[in-house]
Each structure stands twice: as structure tokens, then as C-alpha cells.
Design a protein around this ligand. Structure first.
Ligand code: 13P
Ligand code: SF4
Length: 365
């Protein structure tokens, strides 16, 4: 039997060589393989995806896939979800293990468990708080939510998930993204004063017991380093030049940006909204650069002008780690019967995380 091919053998391949080898390996693997690609993937990788989507759509694809191998062109938490929701005999693979999510890293189990303990000095969290984790989080945090009657959300279903959560208990602890939590809570009618920020570096999150008792939502002090670059001033400057332009933003963007936007939603929502718009329309978009560039290219022919919101480059550098060379590497190894870069969540953790994910899938539109 052949030995595992090392990644070093692929580092010098040109994109064109890697591309040809990806196509050949895909052909050989046939229906045993499915490649899932998030919208933020670079074009050279994205074109090989059998299915593309936002986090919710791709988690559904993973749950319904029959393929033996699920190669996830996205980031680590997405491949973990694919492993958790797929059958035990299916194998989830992330082409580059360095493809994480800096926002997901802003909450960890030790911090969240400490927050839960500290909150119990003020109230009984298992009685009065539903923990909600954004899908951009490690599997052990999803398992925490599973154990504590909580749930997972994505940018598509955050509102439905919060409605469910408030039906269970009076308050929500929302992690790791404060912006998705605040933007969604505010649109549901929760005043800003009732959404407090939990600073995980400070005792009791930097809050007083009174602030905690009065809060509806306790928002983790996390954010996406890509989306926090978008500013309301960018919108003002653009509108001064193009008053008729439409503004569309991902809900990981700051509150002030979402407030000034005409539309706010997930990557899939952003794509569909621009696709369905009238020809001749102009769009300013607050989300990751690879997606915005693809939209600009795709809709130029329909006379829709798509612009990126920030004057500086805001690329998700971890999404970018998935390159054609890594994809060729994992696929050619699979052809030879070798699994490299498998993502496998420990069984007990996976079972608890699955509870929270399944609750999410049930309440999702
Ligand atoms: P979507 O689920 O909207 O695709 O968002 C995922 C993400 O990581 C955005 O930064
Ligand atoms: Fe994470 Fe932000 Fe990258 Fe999305 S864009 S994967 S939230 S770092």
C-alpha cells in the first residue's frame, strides 16, 4: 500500500497544476466525496465545491449528505459541525488545520463555565438563563449549551433561536459575538440598556448584580475582526457620492453599521438579495472581501454595481488558508485510501453538541 503523501510535495504546485489534480481526484472519488464550500472561500477553491452556502445551509448539507468523505472548504467549527451532524461512518476533513475563526477563539469552555459560576452568585442560571452559542464556536461550547438547555444559532436563524430561548427562560447568555446578539435582540424590540456586555477578563463580567438582574441579554465581549472594520462613516461617504445606493450588511457588523443599512442578513441572504434586485442598482456591502468580489464579478453583466464597504482590505485570513494545494493534497490522499486532516469530535461532546444543534435545526425557518 502507498504511504501518505506529505503536504510539502504540494507546496510548490502552481494553482493550475493543483486545479487539474483536484479535478482528476474528484473524478476518481465520485459519489464517495462531497466538497462543501463556504461563500468566503477564494475563487480557486470555491469553484470545486459541490455545494456552497452559509453556515446554516452547509450544516444541513452535511446532515443530509450520503458521501463517505465530507471535505469542508471553510473553517474549523464548520467541519466540526459536519462531523457532529453526519453519520458515524462518514469522515469530515478540513484541508488546512490552521483554518480557524478568530471570533470563535474569543470564547472558550473555561471562560464560559466561569461566567456561569459567577452568574450563579446573582441568580440561578439554569433556571433563568438560556445559553445561546453562535455556530462560530468550538464544539465544547455547543456541548455546554446542550447540557444547559441551550441552543446554537447562525446569522440566518438568530431571531428564531432567540424567540425559542426566551420561551424557555427569561434571559439569554449569548456568545461569542456581541454584534449578532445585539443586532438581533434590538430588532426584536429589546432596548440597548437591557443588553449588557460580559467582559470575560473581569470579575462578574465587569457588571454589577443589579445590571445582571435587569438585563434580558448578556452579550459576550467577542467580535469578528473582519466585520468590525466596517464603520458608519464608510456608509455616509458612499451615500454622499451615490445617494440612491442600497446598503447591505452581515449582522456581525457593528450596531451603528447595521442601523444605517437597508438590509441585514447572512451571506446567503446578501447573495439572494442582490441577485433578486433590479438591474441598474448599486450596492455597498459589509461582508468579507472574497464574497463581495465574487458578487461584483457575477452581477456586472446584469448592470448591478457591487462595492466593498471598507477602504482597507478585510479578508478572512483563516478562510484564505484553504488553498488549491491543500485541497489537492487531501483529495489525492483519499484516492490512495489515506485520510489526512480528519476532524473528529469526541463522542460524548458530540452527543451534547448535537442536542443544541438539533434544537437549532428544529426552530430554523
Ligand atoms: P454565514 O453563516 O452568514 O455564512 O456567516 C459565517 C461567518 O463566519 C461570517 O463571518
Ligand atoms: Fe470567523 Fe470572522 Fe472569518 Fe467569519 S469572517 S470565519 S467570523 S473570523
Amino acid at each position: 500500500m502507498s504511504s501518505v503523501k506529505p503536504i510539502q510535495d504540494y507546496a510548490q504546485l502552481s494553482d493550475a497544476e493543483a486545479e487539474a489534480r483536484i479535478v482528476a481526484a474528484k473524478e476518481k472519488l465520485g459519489e464517495r466525496l462531497v466538497i462543501l464550500g463556504h461563500h468566503y472561500q477564494r475563487e480557486e477553491v470555491f469553484r470545486h465545491a459541490d455545494f456552497s452556502g452559509d453556515s446554516l445551509k452547509l450544516s444541513r448539507e452535511a446532515a443530509n449528505s450520503k458521501a463517505e468523505y465530507i471535505v469542508f472548504c471553510g473553517v474549523h467549527f464548520m467541519a466540526e459541525v459536519a462531523d457532529i451532524l453526519s453519520r458515524d461512518d462518514q469522515i469530515a476533513i478540513l484541508p488546512d488545520m490552521g483554518a480557524g475563526c478568530s471570533m470563535a477563539d474569543m470564547a472558550n469552555l473555561a471562560n464560559v463555565e466561569r461566567a456561569w459560576r459567577e452568574l450563579s452568585e446573582v441568580l440561578d442560571p439554569d433556571e433563568s438563563i438560556t445559553p445561546v452559542t453562535y455556530i462560530n464556536s468550538a464544539a465544547d461550547l455547543k456541548a455546554f449549551c446542550g447540557r444547559h438547555g441551550g441552543i446554537v444559532c447562525t446569522s440566518t436563524n438568530a431571531r428564531h433561536v432567540l424567540q425559542w430561548s426566551f420561551g424557555q427562560r427569561e434571559k439569554v447568555l449569548f456568545f461569542p459575538d456581541q454584534h449578532l446578539g445585539r443586532n438581533t435582540g434590538y430588532n426584536m424590540g429589546i432596548p440597548l440598556e437591557q443588553m449588557v456586555v460580559w467582559d470575560f477578563d473581569q470579575p462578574l463580567g465587569g457588571l454589577t448584580p443589579e445590571q445582571i438582574k435587569n438585563a434580558k441579554m448578556i452579550l459576550w465581549k467577542g467580535f469578528c475582526s473582519v466585520h468590525q472594520m466596517f464603520k458608519p462613516e464608510h456608509i455616509d461617504a458612499f451615500k454622499a457620492k451615490y445617494p440612491e445606493a442600497k446598503i447591505i450588511s452581515h449582522p456581525e457588523s457593528p450596531f451603528e453599521v447595521c442601523q444605517k443599512s437597508d438590509y441585514v442578513g447572512s451571506t446567503e441572504y446578501i447573495i439572494n438579495t442582490i441577485r433578486d434586485a433590479e438591474p441598474g442598482t448599486r450596492w455597498l456591502v459589509a461582508t468579507e472581501l472574497n464574497l463581495v468580489n465574487r458578487l461584483a464579478e457575477q452581477f456586472r453583466g446584469e448592470d448591478k454595481m457591487v462595492h466593498f464597504m471598507s477602504p482597507t482590505v478585510c479578508m478572512c485570513s483563516t478562510m484564505f488558508r484553504i488553498d488549491p494545494q491543500h485541497l489537492a493534497w487531501v483529495l489525492e490522499n483519499l484516492v490512495e485510501g489515506h485520510v489526512v486532516n480528519r476532524i473528529k469530535v469526541a463522542p460524548e461532546e458530540a452527543a451534547q453538541a448535537k442536542l443544541a444543534l438539533e434544537r437549532m435545526l428544529q426552530v430554523s425557518p
